[in-house]
Design a protein around this ligand. Structure first.
Ligand code: YH5
Length: 272
């Protein structure tokens, strides 16, 4: 069934290479950005303190905690003050970070490793009782773009996600808490990413809500030569394609623009 997807806004709490203001300045900027997303009507804010871009180095747990937990605490307060219904998700592969994030007010554990990064992850997810996003990646962020290949990209990702769902449920994660994600850009060539878009609706067969994260990713740059900060058009086209294929959650950088695009798409498709 095709529904109006929820919009998940990306809130990066990784100090960028331009900022030398340290942790506090990064966190202040993140909260200001969150305020804009809330004003635009975002459904979920995805807080991330580890870079999982291709080739990125691992962030130590204590560093990740220092980055994200104060932001989640303040964000939970901001959401309450604004009487918003927005939920908070934590983008992490680390069970201790997920646990502290849920204590601080997060509702969703978004894990690009689908609870494989740490052997304790599935048990912690069950214990927390929070929603979880299980994403497909071929290999770890450090190595995933080293020569990925598939014989049947859709079949292989579906089978792997079905396995991760079964493992999570066997550990006690409830099926109504699970969403799945084919993992655009995570160990995929351009042709693999395009096949995933073309056949996205087939992931509906698994019976779980689908999250799509395509915003500003390098498959867009591979098609038109654009840099990451110049991919709004490609990101919106991807979001609308995903919505039309039945994606339930769209993970995006540009929240007001995506909400506007969805409103137009949703209005047109209901005209008879
Ligand atoms: C995702 O797809 N992605 S972090 C490379 C870029 C731009 C953006 C410039 N966490 C996903 O956003 N969680 C990330 O090129 C995610 N699904 C889910 N569930 C990577 C990212 C990005 C990478």
């Amino acid at each position: 069934m095709v529904v109006m997807p929820k919009v998940m806004g990306i809130l990066n709490v990784t100090p960028d290479s331009f900022s030398d203001g340290g942790e506090f300045k990064t966190q202040k900027a993140a909260l200001a950005h969150a305020g804009l997303m809330l004003a635009a009507g975002v459904d979920i804010i995805d807080v991330g303190g580890e870079s999982t871009r291709p080739g990125a180095e691992d962030v130590p747990e204590d560093e990740e905690l220092k980055r994200v937990i104060p932001v989640i605490n303040k964000l939970a307060g901001l959401i309450k003050r604004k009487k918003s219904k927005a939920k908070i998700s934590i983008d992490t592969r680390k069970p201790n970070v997920a646990r502290e994030a849920v204590k601080a007010g997060a509702h969703i554990w978004n894990d690009v490793s689908a609870l494989t990064h740490d052997p304790e992850s599935v048990d912690v997810a069950a214990e927390l009782g929070c929603e979880v996003v299980l994403m497909h990646a071929l290999g770890s962020p450090k190595t995933m773009q080293d020569n990925p290949s598939y014989e049947d990209v859709i079949g292989e990702i579906k089978l792997w996600l079905a396995t991760r769902i079964a493992v999570a449920m066997a550990a006690g994660v409830k099926s109504d808490k699970i969403s799945i994600d084919p993992g655009i850009g995570f160990g995929k060539r351009l042709e693999d990413n395009l096949t995933i878009f073309r056949h996205l609706s087939e992931f509906k067969d698994l019976g779980y809500p689908i999250l799509l994260g395509a915003s500003r990713k390098s498959f867009i740059g591979k098609m038109d030569g654009s840099e990451a900060d110049n991919r709004l058009g490609g990101s919106l086209a991807s979001a609308i394609w995903g919505a039309d294929q039945g994606a339930d959650i769209l993970r995006v950088h540009d929240v007001p623009e995506t909400i506007q695009a969805l409103k137009i798409w949703d209005t047109i498709r209901h005209v008879d």
